[in-house]
Write a protein that binds this ligand. Structure first.
Ligand SMILES: [Zn+2]
Length: 656
C-alpha cells in the first residue's frame, strides 16, 4: 500500500476543507481502497455565517461525489451539534434522517450528506477517513475474521460487528464507545464492510489508513494468501454465444445492455477454480457492492439461455425469501457473470457502467481468493445483502441516473464511417445513446471517435475475411449487434457504357453491391440475437431515377435495393427490419468536391447555389438529414415497417 502523501503539494492547501479534499483524492486514487464513489471522508471545522456568527460543522462527502475527483464543493456542511444529537435518538427512519440532515446544512446548494454523516460526527477527531479496502474486507470475510483482525491490529482498532450502514451503524458505535478512550484508537474495522481511521490532522488520519491497510496486505502475503490463480492461455470466446447471452440478459433487464469481457489471465484463472460455483456465488465483497453487482454473478454454462433462466429463478427465490411483502422486485438480470474457461463478463447500459461493474468484479475475485486461502471465503448472510439492495436510499440514487436516450444500450455498426453520410450516422447514433462500431477503409483517428462508445476498425469492405473480423471485433467489444447501417460506397467518374472498362465496373459493383451482401451475411447471425434489430441500407436516387454515364453505380445501387428487399423477406420472421434510404445530391460528402459540383452545375446551366438546391422543395440536402432518416429507420418509428424505400432528396420530379 503506497503512501501518496506529498508534503509539498499538501502545503498549497491553506484551509481545513481544501486539505480534506486533497487527502480524499489520495484515497480515491487507490483502487485497492475504494472504487467508483465508494468510501467517505469528513472534517470538523467552523464556518462564519452571513451575520458573523460562528458554527461548528461537519464537512462530509456529498452523495454522488467520487473521492478520486473530490473538491471542496463535494462536501456538505452540516451542523455538528444537530448530527450529534441525532446520534442519541432511539430510532430514526432513513427518510427522516436525510430530511433532517438537509435541514441542518449551512449551504442549501451543497449535495446531500453521506448516509454515514452521523457516524462521522460522533468520532471525536477532526479528520475521519472511511474505505472498503480489499485486504481488510478479505480478512473479515472469513470464518475467523474477528480473530484475524485482532491478531493483525491488536487494540489499535475497535472491531464492530456487521450492522446496516446509516443510522443503525452510528447508533451501534455510540453504544459500543460510551466508555472508550478514543485517543487510544487509530481506527475501527467494520466486519464485512470496511475500515475507518481518524486523527486530528489530515495527514495522520490518511497515513493511519495506509498503515493499517498495508499491515492487512502484509498479513495476507506472509500467510501465502495473496497468490491469485492465473491462466496462461486464453481461448477465443464464442461470439454467437456472447451475443445470445447479451440478448437474454437484456430481455430480463427490460432494456438493451452492453457486455464487457475480461479474459485476462487473472479472470480466466478465477473462472477455472475448483468449486467455482460455490466460491463465486456466496455473496458480494461488501453490501455496498450489491448495488453494482447484485448479490451473485451468473455462472455461464454451455446453454446460455438456461444459465440466465437459472439465475432468475435463484433471484426470485432470494427476493421472496427476504421481502416483507411491501417491496417491488427489481429487475432480476445479472450484472456480471463467470464464464468457465473464458473469464468474466459484466453488463451495463453504457460502457462506463459495464466498466464500473468490471472494476468491482475484478476486486471481488481477488478478495475472494485471499479469503479462501485464509480458511474460506464467507460473505454476509443474504438477508443483510438484501436489506442494502432494497434500501430506499440506494434505490433513490439508482432511479435518479436512468438514461432515456432512444438508443441507450444499443449497438450499431456503420460502414463507410469515415466521412459524409457514414460519419453523420455515427454522430447521430451516438447522440441518441448507441455505441458504434465504425468501419472504414481509412484510419478513423478523429476526435469524435476517440471515446469509449466507439470502436473503430480499419477495413476494406470488399475483403470478406477482414469484414468478418471487423464485425467480430465489434461483438467482442460490446457484446452484440442491433443496428447495421450498410453505407460504404464509391462513385466512379462518369463514363458512357461503350467507354466502360472492366476494372471500374467490377470495383463499383464490388463496393456498392457485393460488399453489402458480405456484410449482411456475417451480421445476420448476430442480429438474430439483437434487441429490436434493424438494417438500414443506404441506396441512391439513381435507383428510381438513374442518370447517364452512371451505369455501374446505378446498376449496383439497384441490385443493392433488390438485395435489401429480399433480406426484408428472409429476415422478417426473426424480427429484423430492413429498410432503404435513397439520398440524392448530398454535397457535404467526400464524393463531391467543388470542381465536380461546378462542372455539374454548368452542364445543367445552373449556378452552384441553384444546382445544390435543384429539387422540388428547393432545399439543400445534407449528410445529417440522411443520418436523421437512418436513425428513424433503426428506431421505434419504423418498428412496423420493413422492405420500404424512402427518399431523402428534397423531392425529385422524376420520382414524385
Ligand atoms: Zn462504507
Amino acid at each position: 500500500m503506497r503512501n501518496r502523501w506529498d508534503e509539498q503539494e499538501a502545503g498549497q492547501f491553506d484551509n481545513d476543507l481544501s486539505l480534506r479534499a486533497y487527502s480524499s483524492r489520495l484515497i480515491g486514487s487507490d483502487e485497492d481502497l475504494v472504487l467508483h464513489g465508494g468510501g467517505n471522508t469528513s472534517v470538523k471545522t467552523s464556518v462564519t455565517d452571513l451575520f458573523g456568527d460562528e458554527h461548528q460543522v461537519l464537512y462530509v462527502k456529498g452523495s454522488g461525489w467520487d473521492l478520486a475527483t473530490m473538491e471542496p464543493a463535494g462536501f456538505a456542511p452540516v451542523r455538528l451539534d444537530v448530527l450529534q444529537r441525532m446520534a442519541r435518538l432511539e430510532a430514526l427512519s432513513d427518510t427522516e434522517m436525510v430530511k433532517q440532515q438537509r435541514a441542518a446544512m449551512l449551504d442549501p446548494a451543497a449535495p446531500n450528506p453521506s448516509v454515514e454523516a452521523i457516524l462521522h460526527a460522533v468520532i471525536p477527531c477532526r479528520y475521519v477517513d472511511h474505505t472498503h479496502a480489499d485486504a481488510v474486507v478479505a480478512l473479515t470475510n472469513t470464518p475467523d475474521g474477528e480473530q484475524l483482525i485482532r491478531q493483525v491490529y491488536g487494540n489499535r482498532v475497535l472491531v464492530v460487528p456487521y450492522v446496516m450502514p446509516g443510522f443503525p451503524l452510528a447508533r451501534k458505535i455510540v453504544e459500543m464507545t460510551r466508555t472508550t478512550d478514543w485517543s487510544a484508537l487509530q481506527g475501527m474495522v467494520l466486519m464485512n464492510h470496511g475500515i475507518f481511521t481518524f486523527a486530528d490532522t489530515a495527514r495522520e488520519s490518511y497515513e493511519r489508513m495506509i498503515r493499517l491497510v498495508d499491515e492487512g496486505e502484509r498479513h495476507l502475503e506472509s500467510n501465502g494468501a495473496s497468490r491469485l490463480a492465473r491462466a496462461d492461455t486464453s481461448r477465443d470466446i464464442n461470439h454467437e454465444r456472447l451475443s445470445r447471452l447479451r440478448q437474454a440478459v437484456s430481455f430480463v433487464a427490460g432494456a438493451p445492455m452492453l457486455v464487457r469481457v475480461d479474459d485476462s489471465p487473472e479472470a480466466i484463472g478465477f473462472s477455472e477454480l475448483d468449486g467455482l460455483e460455490s466460491i463465486a456465488t456466496r455473496g458480494p465483497l461488501t453490501p455496498d457492492h450489491v448495488i453494482r453487482t447484485k448479490r451473485v454473478p451468473v455462472i455461464v454454462q454451455e446453454d446460455v439461455d438456461r444459465s440466465v433462466a437459472d439465475f432468475i429463478d435463484e433471484y426470485k427465490r432470494y427476493f421472496l425469501n427476504n421481502t416483507d411483502g411491501t417491496l417491488q422486485c427489481l429487475d432480476p438480470a445479472p450484472r456480471w457473470g463467470v464464464w468457465p474457461g473464458y473469464g468474466i463478463v459484466t453488463f451495463g447500459s453504457s460502457p462506463a457502467e459495464a466498466g464500473i461493474v468490471l472494476d468491482t468484479a475484478r476486486h471481488t475475485i481477488r478478495a475472494i481468493q485471499w479469503a479462501e486461502a485464509l480458511g474460506g471465503w464467507r460473505a454476509l448472510p443474504e438477508k443483510d445483502v438484501f436489506n442494502v439492495e432494497y434500501w430506499e436510499l440506494e434505490q433513490a440514487k439508482l432511479k435518479a441516473k436512468k438514461d432515456r436516450s432512444p438508443f441507450h444500450g444499443k449497438i450499431a455498426l456503420v460502414t463507410g464511417a469515415g466521412g459524409g453520410i457514414g460519419k453523420a450516422c455515427v454522430v447521430a447514433l451516438l447522440e441518441q445513446g448507441a455505441v458504434v462500431v465504425a468501419v472504414d477503409i481509412r484510419g478513423l483517428v478523429t476526435s469524435e471517435f476517440a471515446r469509449t462508445e466507439v470502436k473503430t476498425v480499419e477495413c476494406d469492405v470488399t475483403d470478406a475475411g477482414k469484414m468478418k473480423k471487423a464485425i467480430d471485433t465489434g461483438i467482442r467489444e460490446f457484446g452484440g449487434l442491433d443496428i447495421v447501417v450498410s453505407n460504404a460506397g464509391t462513385f466512379p467518374a462518369g463514363r458512357l457504357i461503350e467507354d466502360m472498362d472492366d476494372d471500374t465496373w467490377n470495383r463499383c459493383l464490388a463496393v456498392n453491391l457485393s460488399s453489402h451482401q458480405t456484410l449482411l451475411k456475417y451480421c445476420v447471425p448476430y442480429l438474430k440475437n439483437g434487441v429490436d434489430p434493424a438494417i438500414v441500407i443506404v441506396g441512391s436516387k439513381n435507383v428510381p431515377a438513374p442518370g447517364p454515364k452512371a451505369s455501374a453505380y446505378s446498376a449496383a445501387k439497384a441490385g443493392l435495393t433488390q438485395l435489401a428487399r429480399v433480406a426484408a423477406l428472409e429476415l422478417g420472421k426473426f424480427g429484423i427490419r430492413v429498410n432503404t434510404v435513397h439520398p440524392n445530391a448530398v454535397f457535404d460528402t467526400d464524393m463531391w468536391d467543388d470542381s465536380v459540383i461546378r462542372a455539374r452545375a454548368r452542364s445543367y446551366n445552373l449556378s452552384v447555389e441553384e444546382y445544390k438546391s435543384n429539387n422540388v422543395l428547393g432545399t439543400k440536402v445534407r449528410a445529417v438529414d440522411v443520418a436523421g432518416m437512418v436513425c428513424e429507420m433503426a428506431g421505434p418509428v419504423f418498428a412496423k415497417t420493413t422492405g420500404a424505400q424512402v427518399p431523402v432528396d428534397g423531392g425529385n420530379e422524376r420520382v414524385v
